[in-house]
Structures are given as C-alpha cells and as structure tokens.
Write a protein that binds this ligand. Structure first.
Ligand code: PBG
Length: 326
C-alpha cells in the first residue's frame, strides 16, 4: 500500500491553522450598506420580499448611518423614493427632494467618518419606472437622459455626496457626470460607475423596495446575461470617461465577470450583492434549508475572493457585527 506524499489536510487541522493560511477574509471596511428612504413615511416600513430591510424615515436612516460609522463600514449607498413621480423624474433634481435631502442629512450626521454614496438614476423618480426619459416611441432616450444625469450629479454633490453612483447604463454617463462635476468645482467627488450591470431577474425584490411600477423591461440598456467580453468593453469605456471605481452587478451569478474585471481594472472594483440574492438566502434560511449565518458569510466571502475590493450588501451591518465578535 502506498501513502499520499502530499497532504493538504495538514493545513486544515485546527481553526488556528486554517486562520493562518486563509487567503481571503472580509473586513467591515469592505462593506457598503444600501439604504432606502421614502418620502412622507411616519414609521420605517418593512420590505416584505427582503425580510430585515426597511424603507426608512429620515430618523431611522440617521440611526442606520450612525450605526454604520460605529461598525466601521466602508460606506452607505442611499436610494430615494419620492412621493410624486413624473415622466422626467424631476423630483431627482430639487435640492430638498427626498434623495438630495437624505444625502445632506446623512452627510451632516457622519461627516468624514463614512463614505456617503448616492444612487444616480431616474428609475425611482419616473412614473414609468425606466432609468431614463422616453422618446416619442417609448424608447429610453440615451442623450436626453444624460443631460438630466449631469444635473443630478451636481445636485447630489451639492448635498454632500462623496461618491455618486450612476446605475442607469446609459452610454457616456460617466463622461457627462465627470464633466458636470468638474465644471461646478466638485473635482473631488468620485464616480462609482455601474460599469457591467446586467438585466437580471434577481432585481425582483428591489422593485418592491422602491415601489417601482416598471412598464416593460430594461433589456435595451442593461447587459445581456449571455455576454462576458462585453463587460470588459463597458469597463474600459467607463475608465476612459473617468470612473474612479467600477462595479459589477449582480454579484453571485456573475463571479466570472467580477474576476475578469478584477484582473484588468487599474481602479478599485465594487460588486453589488443585490436584492434577489439577499431574498434567496433569507427565504431558504427561514425554511431551515440552509444555515443562515454560514450562507451569508460564504456568499460574501466568495464575492471578495472573486476580486471585489468592496461589496454592497444588505447584510453589511450584521456582517460587521459578526466580524467584530470573532
Ligand atoms: C437602478 C438600480 C436597481 C438596483 C440598484 N439600482 C434596479 C434595476 O436596475 O432594475 C437593484 C438593486 C438590488 O436589486 O438590490 N436605480
């Protein structure tokens, strides 16, 4: 009988040994908490399809933001849900609109102790739910949308965002936003570009989170899940337009894309573990089919391992608490 010459199991014998040889781990500062604020709410409102996630009031949002500082999170990403929507998403531009006001409040509460990020997209603000304005045929009009994004970027920067995050997948969005910010003197406000954002079924619960009444789908602007090479093209364009950070979204079904982008990107890479990824794990755990904490930790660690510098996840605060208690 011959015995193995190589025994990888040696390095797995104790928890201390496994910790010593671990290649990747997740830090609280890697994590970004996405939050929703809804205009006119009196109480935080639970999002049914995302158990544990709420539409916030200003008060409860500030509690979450202060907790994020206390936990040492990397950042907070703010989404706003206006009371009134229209065809052009005009509530996104008013300085005291729900999102701009929330940015101002959160920035006032956290100062420089947390990176304040804002979603820069029209879908929460339009009555048709698309990420841009529509032309006469009902198609999303790329260039007309860019003009609004430029104004949104300046409004968000003025409100105090450290980073604006265009998520609408319009061609040229990073370039116009960068130019608009620079023209208004916001040269230090960064752009986190949703560079490779796919048209995913896993955004489902987000629609409830922002009360979106989307007519149709987003296939004419978000990427086709069948495409891999195209992600690198999108990233290269965003880099050329001045993106400071590039994002891959969703995360778990797109780890190959994330690894590709991490291999070529000279700037930090973000990944967004989205609403449907959250909902799947919560639902399976609620049924007792998987170990909730272990599944959450493994899912986020895999995103880190695939190459993410930072991870947006609805579990950011809970994970940071677990990391601290270890
Ligand atoms: C667009 C946007 C979406 C998400 C983040 N930004 C929705 C979409 O593209 O359909 C989804 C986030 C999630 O599902 O958690 N503003």
């Amino acid at each position: 009988m011959s015995f193995p010459q190589h025994r990888p199991r040696r390095l797995r014998t104790t928890a201390a040994m496994r910790r010593l040889v671990a290649e990747y781990s997740v830090a609280a500062s890697d994590l970004i908490l996405p939050v929703f604020i809804r205009e006119g709410l009196r109480e935080p409102k639970p999002i049914t399809s995302m158990p544990g996630v709420f539409q916030h009031t200003t008060e409860s949002l500030l509690v979450a933001a202060r907790e994020a500082v206390e936990l040492g999170l990397g950042g907070i990403m703010i989404f706003g849900i206006p009371a009134e929507r229209d065809a052009t998403g005009s509530a996104s531009l008013t300085p005291d609109g729900v999102l701009n006001a929330a940015i101002r409040e959160v920035r006032g509460a956290v100062g420089e102790n947390l990176v304040v990020m804002s979603d820069l997209c029209l879908d929460e603000f339009t009555d048709h739910g698309h990420c841009g304005v529509l032309d006469a045929d009902g198609t999303v009009d790329n260039d007309a949308t860019l003009a609004i994004y430029a104004e949104m970027a300046v409004a968000q920067a003025r409100a105090g965002a450290h980073i604006v995050a265009p998520s609408g997948m319009m061609d040229g969005q990073v370039g116009v936003i960068r130019a608009a910010l620079d023209a208004e003197g916001f040269t230090d406000v960064s752009v986190l570009a949703y560079a490779a954002k796919y048209a995913s079924a896993f955004y489902g619960p987000f629609r409830e989170a922002v009360d979106s009444q989307l007519h149709g789908d987003r296939h004419s602007y978000q990427m086709d899940p069948g495409n891999r090479r195209e992600a690198l093209h999108e990233v290269e364009l965003d880099l050329a337009e001045g993106a400071d950070i590039v994002m891959v979204k969703p995360a778990m079904s797109y780890l190959d894309i994330l690894a590709d982008v991490a291999a070529m990107s000279p700037v930090p890479v973000a990944a967004y573990q989205i609403s449907g990824e959250y909902a799947m794990i919560e639902a399976a755990a609620a049924n007792g089919w998987i170990n909730r904490r272990a599944a959450i930790e493994e899912s986020v660690l895999s995103i880190k391992r695939a190459g993410a510098t930072m991870i947006l996840t609805y579990w950011a605060a809970e994970l940071a608490g677990w990391i601290r208690s270890k």
